[in-house]
Design a protein around this ligand. Structure first.
Ligand code: ADA
Length: 585
């Protein structure tokens, strides 16, 4: 399978150096910095990347900051529609082009776009200005009170973290494509929804072609036609059978492409490629079934975090990370604690990783007054919807995690969980939902999810230094959870120990590489001894930056790789454990 896939619509990538200026007094908007910024007085920073590690003056900066750059727009874009996309800006963004306000977005890890024709100058230079605000409050998602007072355990970077680009689409175009797959004997059944928009001033009769492309060749073709009124939208539902299909799975991550084409009298029409894999995921009788077979998830909780880049994992780092995960025999990870970038998940589709896709709803616990505060509920639901909208066609995504370690011992948590779950089901009824619990036997919401995910730190935050006691507590807790919910598979979504690379102790002691390796070995033995456990994710793949606190030594050391991806002693141990644990069991 070839790695690349085509992107037929014209784009202009805005990656590169942007002018940058912090605005600690919050005066940029009233002084209209978006109109004609005096960029010679501004700094320059690279995007996509965080502002924090590009210059030490910005390391601890929290608040408002401004970015701007110029870009040239071709004359022939005038006859089409232009959208400006942002794949991730942390945390709030307001966007102007040529001094004209386009809109705003809240949430650092989901994609957003604005229509821009009203502000653009075609065949000329244009200026984009983005105001970014990463202020944390009790009602941001995730919440917090400052750089060293986050209610979550990772560094609160700011900036334009992911790609920004302009996209040109015809006036009649595919707004969205959804592909759901089923398996019938040797065949793949595709249920396809095509949303088409007509922005012409007259009715449009279009011919629509759908091709399934395999290795550059069309293996099926369906045609239909549709008439859409001016300014209206229509959805076409179509079923396509792929005979003798190869199914997607970790051992053979087979990908196909759906090429949709739209033709009508007035323009060249639209073409859109959507990649997919044919596979099913279900939770049944206490197992996670992939294509009908029970799977066991071996892998990690991870972070998008790297020196200098901050929250932007560039392609070379991603290539390195996937190489290491594959070397070690992992088949799965959770996007802890926010949806990862498009490129990040493209590689999961290509390399056959089973992904638990998590929303940014982390830290909603003791410091938050009411978990079901309508403002928080609205944000969590919107981010859930935005996340699923972007990633719903990915074969790698097998489950949605709606929260990490929420205050799920509080009755009111049920309200926000039910709202988020309803949102997820509406956006995608096919995938199981879960959340990562740290309340275990005190959790009041486990009945509401399809699979139980639990983060355990026996042997670290409790049973300190005592792996025998840790194993026993773990085993008893798991058995009790299973007794209460025998029909739900259990995944251990976090377990681990901090290890400072280079610290060695015999007998093993907390913070030493030996202790980390021993703890992982101890947990793995317990997990494998329980039939009802469907996976284990080590916390964490690599060390990652956090705020300053007496509990952390500048970074969180629970990685089995260092922050720059050098192996600790546990790597050999984990490689052995993972490669000897089959994916199907
Ligand atoms: C929590 C949390 C993680 C992580 C871990 C730790 O369980 O889910 O974000 O940082 O604690 O290392 O303490």
């Amino acid at each position: 399978m070839k790695l690349e896939y085509s992107f037929q619509r014209e784009t202009i990538d805005l990656s590169g150096f942007w002018h940058f200026r912090i605005d600690p007094e919050n005066k940029g908007e009233s002084e209209k910095w978006y109109e004609e910024p005096q960029v010679s007085e501004w700094d320059e920073l690279y995007t996509p990347a965080s502002w924090n590690e590009q210059d030490s003056r910005y390391t601890w900066y929290i608040g408002t900051a401004w970015y701007t750059r110029a870009f040239w727009l071709p004359e022939d874009w005038r006859s089409k529609l232009t959208l400006i996309f942002f794949d991730g800006v942390n945390y709030k963004a307001k966007v102007w082009v040529n001094g004209i306000y386009l809109g705003e977005h809240e949430g650092g890890f989901t994609q957003f776009a604005f229509r821009a024709e009203k502000a653009l100058r075609f065949g000329e230079s244009n200026r984009i200005v983005v105001m970014v605000d990463n202020t944390l409050t009790g009602k941001t998602v995730p919440p917090g009170a400052g750089m060293n007072a986050t209610y979550f355990d990772f560094f609160h970077y700011g900036g334009i973290h992911r790609e920004a680009y302009l996209l040109s689409v015809p006036k009649v175009h595919f707004k969205d494509v959804t592909i759901r797959t089923e398996i019938k004997g040797k065949d793949g059944i595709l249920d396809i929804d095509l949303e088409i928009v007509n922005e012409l001033e007259e009715e449009c009769s279009c011919n629509v072609t759908m091709q399934v492309i395999d290795e550059d060749e069309a293996i099926t073709e369906e045609r239909t036609s549709v008439t859409i009124g001016p300014g209206a939208e229509k959805t076409i539902a179509q079923q396509i059978t792929v005979e003798n299909a190869e199914f997607w799975g970790p051992e053979s991550p087979r990908l196909y492409t759906l090429r949709t084409k739209l033709a009508h009298d007035d323009s060249k029409g639209d073409v859109k490629d959507t990649r997919f894999g044919i596979r099913t995921v279900k939770v049944e009788d206490g197992k996670i079934l992939l294509n009908g077979r029970p799977v066991f998830l071996k892998g990690f909780g991870r972070h998008e975090d790297f020196p200098v880049l901050g929250k932007a994992l560039h392609g070379a780092v991603l290539r390195k990370d996937y190489g290491l995960m594959m070397y070690i025999g992992a088949n799965s990870f959770r996007t802890s604690h926010y949806p990862y970038s498009r490129t990040h998940l493209d590689l999961a589709d290509e390399k056959g990783f089973l992904v638990i896709l998590e929303t940014p709803a982390v830290g909603l616990r003791e410091n938050v007054e009411r978990l079901d505060d309508p403002e928080i509920v609205e944000k969590v639901c919107r981010m859930t919807r935005e996340m699923i909208q972007r990633d719903k066609n990915r074969p790698s995504v097998i489950m949605y995690s709606l929260f990490n370690e929420p205050g799920s011992e509080r009755e009111e948590f049920r309200n926000i969980l039910m709202a988020a779950k309803e949102e997820a089901r509406k956006a995608d009824p096919t995938r199981p939902v879960t959340f990562a619990s740290c309340r275990h036997l005190d959790d009041v919401a486990l009945d509401l999810v399809d699979a139980l995910c639990h983060n355990f730190y026996y042997g670290w935050y409790s049973n300190c230094g005592d792996l025998e006691a840790a194993a026993q507590t773990l085993s008893e807790t798991l058995d009790e959870l299973h007794r209460r919910f025998p029909e739900k598979p259990i995944i251990i979504t976090e377990f681990g120990a901090g290890a400072i690379a280079g610290v060695h102790r015999h007998p093993p002691e907390m913070w030493s590489e030996e202790y980390q390796a021993e703890l992982i070995k101890t947990y793995w033995k317990v997990l494998l001894s329980k039939d009802y456990v469907s996976g284990g994710h080590i916390w964490n793949f690599a060390d990652f930056r956090v705020g300053q606190s007496p509990r952390r030594t500048t970074i969180n050391r629970k990685g089995i790789f260092t922050r720059t991806r050098d192996p600790k002693l546990a790597v050999r141990v984990v490689k052995n454990l993972f490669t000897n644990t089959p994916t199907y069991r």
